[in-house]
Design a protein around this ligand. Structure first.
Ligand code: KIV
Length: 306
């Protein structure tokens, strides 16, 4: 049965935990709008992340740093409206979870106002007390370590694989453990060497969801335009399963050509009215021409007056 028909139950973090315990690999995709969310939900995706990648892939910002709570809530509401089954996770924007109080208030907006079932926050050890406070307040939290785009200015600006040196690998391992101990239900590993992701995955008891972190994670996440072949940015870790860029460009050119040639719209895309009614409306009948029709207001020019 399609996820948007009949009675479909919304997945919870316990369902994700069950998938993990059963050894099922867990897929997650980002979505930012109602129609895409519906398609993903109908296809059976268990988790949808309304990522702050919204800033780059939908809003045209250079980085995620400019994304606001208002923008995130707007798009999260649309995704929630488009889903019946998927667990929807709202990505908390830069500087919206600096203190436990601020984090709790903003996470509350994601859940109560926008209808998300969980939030994601970036950072390992440095964000652990925030995760702990959220979890204690009843907010399911997904962690995110490795390359964390919101701190890209602090990480040297250039997107790069994290954890490659001895100290960086150890730091990443302690980040992962800190996130788990703080109570997160899952953790995104972004741009991490595959051997290190494998070690982190084997040492944790919560699922790791990888992006650019190799095949040994408990699940995988992709930013949806990368998976659909939409946009000019092609990260090395992404595989395009469609060419929507080409499909949309081709459809646009064919539609423009039809408009220019006058073949769009055709009879199939056009409605007609009863010709006799139109004649009547325009005062075209012989009777109308002979006698001024009192029903027609004077300011409407009828054929007989032309
Ligand atoms: O914002 C986002 O899309 C993300 C994913 C890359 C995990 O954080």
């Amino acid at each position: 049965m399609s996820a948007t028909e009949g009675t479909v139950r919304r997945l919870t973090v316990s369902d994700i935990g069950r998938m993990y315990a059963d050894g099922e690999r867990i897929p997650m995709l980002t979505a930012y709008d109602y129609p895409t969310a519906r398609i993903l939900d109908d296809a059976g995706i268990p988790m949808i992340l309304v990522g702050d990648s919204l800033g780059q892939v939908v809003l045209g910002y250079e980085t995620t740093v400019k994304v606001t709570m208002t923008e995130m809530l707007h798009h999260t509401r649309a995704v929630v409206r488009g889903t019946k089954r998927a667990l929807v996770i709202g990505d908390m924007p830069f500087l919206t979870y600096s203190t436990p109080e601020e984090a709790t208030e903003n996470a509350g907006r994601f859940m109560q106002d926008a209808g998300a079932q969980a939030v994601k926050i970036e950072g390992g050890v440095r964000s652990a007390r925030i995760t702990e406070a959220l979890v204690k307040s009843g907010v399911p939290v997904m962690g995110h370590i490795g390359w964390t785009p919101q701190s890209q200015h602090g990480l040297g600006g250039k997107v790069k694989v994290q954890g490659k040196s001895r100290d960086a690998a150890r730091a990443l391992l302690s980040d992962a453990i800190a996130v788990q101990q703080a109570g997160a239900f899952a953790i995104v590993l972004e741009l991490v060497p595959e051997q290190l992701s494998a070690v982190i995955t084997s040492r944790l008891t919560i699922p790791t969801i990888g992006i650019g972190a190799g095949p040994h994670c408990s699940g995988q996440v992709q930013v949806i335009p990368d998976m659909l072949g939409l946009g000019d940015f092609h990260p090395k870790h992404a595989r395009a399963y469609a060419d929507l860029q080409g499909t949309i460009a081709d459809a646009t050119k064919r539609w423009m050509a039809d408009v220019t040639a006058g073949t769009f719209p055709g009879p199939a895309e056009t409605v007609r009215m009863d010709d006799a009614t139109l004649d009547e409306a325009l005062g075209r009948s012989a009777d109308d021409r002979a006698s001024a029709d009192a029903a027609a207001p004077a300011y409407i020019p009828l054929d007989r007056d032309l």
